[in-house]
Design a protein around this ligand. Structure first.
Ligand code: TXA
Ligand code: MG
Length: 315
C-alpha cells in the first residue's frame, strides 16, 4: 500500500465508513483516525503506529452535543471549558460511557475528548455519523507530524489516504486535563496555555509524574528523534562538545553551528511551537551528531515546548 495524499474530504469519509484508517489534519498535529466505535478499525491504528495497547487514544468530535455519546457525566467546569476552548487544542479526560470500546481507552474508565478546530477536520467530522479516535500520526515514540509529507515519510506504506490540510497552525499536541478527586489535573501541557485554562476554572493541579495514568503520552522518552538531544544553555554546551557537526534549536538567536533552527525570530512562543517539530525533524534528517536545544520561557506555549524538548532529550 502507498498512501495517496489529497484534499478530498468525501474520499476520506468513505474510507472511514468502510472501517479503514485515514491520516487527518488537525490544528495541533496530524492524527491517524478511525471510527471510535469500530474496534476492528481502531485496532488498525495501533498496528500501523506499533503503539502499545496500554496507551489510550483521544476521541475527536464535530459538535458539542456529541460529548454525551462518549461521556456519562461531564465533571464540574467542563461545560465552561468546552464553551471557552472548543473547537481547539484542549482534551478533557472524563468518565466514559460503556459504548466506548475498551481498546480506545486502554481499559480506563475515562475517555479523552476534544473538538479540533482545523476546518478540514471539522468538515470531515460533520460528514460522519461517528466520532474519530486518533492518536498523532507518527510511529510510536517518534516526533508528531505537522505536515502531510511528515506522515507520508513515516507511515505512507501503512495507510490508504492522507488528507492534506497544510501545515498545522498550532504545531504541538493538545493540552490534556482530567478530573480527579475534585480537582482538574494537568496531564500534558499543549496548545492551550495553562494560564488561559486557569482563567476559566481557577488553579489547576500539575500532576507529578508518578501519579499520572500509565500512558506513554506521559512516558519520559516520547517525541524522540534518533539524534541525541541536550537541553540547556546552548552557548555553554557548545564549549564542552567535541562533535564535528552540531545542530541547534534556538528561540530567536543564531548560533555558530552546522545547522541552527531559529524557530521564532521575533521571539513569539506560539510561532516557536508551530515550528518546533519541523525543526526537530529537519535536524534529525541532517548529518548533525547532536542537537543542542535552548530552554524556553516556562509560560504560555513555552511550557509545552519545554515538555516536548525534555522528552526528546530523555532516552
Ligand atoms: O493534539 C492532539 O492531542 C493530537 C491530535 C491528533 O488530536 N493527538 C495526540 O494523541 O496527541 P496521542 O495519542 O499522541 O496522545 C494522546 C495521549 C495519550 O498518550 C495519553 O497520554 C492521553 O492522551 N490520554 C488519552 N486518553 C486518556 C485517558 N482516558 N486518561 C488519561 N490520559 C489519556
Ligand atoms: Mg503522540
Amino acid at each position: 500500500m502507498s498512501a495517496k495524499i489529497g484534499t478530498d474530504v468525501e474520499s476520506a469519509a468513505t474510507l472511514l465508513r468502510e472501517g479503514a484508517i485515514v491520516a487527518i489534519p488537525t490544528e495541533t498535529v496530524y492524527g491517524l483516525a478511525a471510527n471510535a466505535f469500530d474496534e476492528a478499525a481502531v485496532l488498525k491504528v495501533f498496528e500501523a503506529k506499533q503503539r502499545p495497547s496500554f496507551d489510550p487514544l483521544i476521541v475527536h468530535i464535530g459538535r458539542h452535543a456529541d460529548v454525551m455519546r462518549l461521556v456519562t457525566e461531564p465533571p464540574p467546569g467542563s461545560l465552561a471549558l468546552m464553551e471557552a476552548f472548543w473547537p481547539g487544542p484542549l482534551t478533557l479526560v472524563m468518565p466514559k460511557r460503556a459504548e466506548v470500546p475498551d481498546l480506545v481507552t486502554s481499559g480506563l474508565d475515562t475517555v479523552g475528548v476534544r473538538m479540533p478546530s482545523h476546518p478540514m477536520a471539522q468538515e470531515l467530522l460533520h460528514h460522519l455519523a461517528f466520532p474519530l479516535a486518533a492518536p498523532s500520526a507518527n510511529p510510536f515514540g517518534y516526533v508528531s507530524p505537522t505536515t502531510a509529507q511528515h506522515v507520508s515519510d513515516q507511515l505512507g506504506d501503512r495507510i490508504p489516504y492522507i488528507l492534506d490540510g497544510g501545515p498545522c497552525s498550532v504545531g504541538v499536541e493538545s493540552t490534556i486535563i482530567g478530573w480527579e478527586a475534585g480537582h482538574w489535573v494537568l496531564y500534558r501541557p499543549g496548545g492551550i496555555a495553562v494560564e488561559r485554562i486557569e482563567e476559566v476554572i481557577g488553579r489547576m493541579m500539575i500532576a507529578p509524574p508518578h501519579i499520572l495514568p500509565a500512558a506513554p503520552g506521559m512516558l519520559e522518552s516520547h517525541y524522540a528523534p534518533r539524534t541525541p538531544v541536550i537541553v540547556g544553555d546552548v552557548q555553554e554546551l557548545l564549549s564542552t562538545r567535541t562533535e564535528e557537526r552540531i545542530g541547534a534549536i534556538s528561540f530567536s538567536k543564531n548560533y555558530d553551528v552546522t545547522q541552527c533552527e531559529v524557530i521564532s525570530a521575533r521571539g513569539d512562543l506560539s510561532e516557536a511551537a508551530r515550528h518546533l517539530f519541523s525543526a526537530l525533524r529537519s535536524l534529525d534528517a541532517s548529518e548533525c551528531q547532536v542537537i543542542l536545544a535552548e530552554r524556553f520561557p516556562d509560560e504560555g506555549l513555552g511550557r509545552a515546548i519545554n515538555d516536548r524538548l525534555k522528552r526528546a532529550a530523555a532516552r
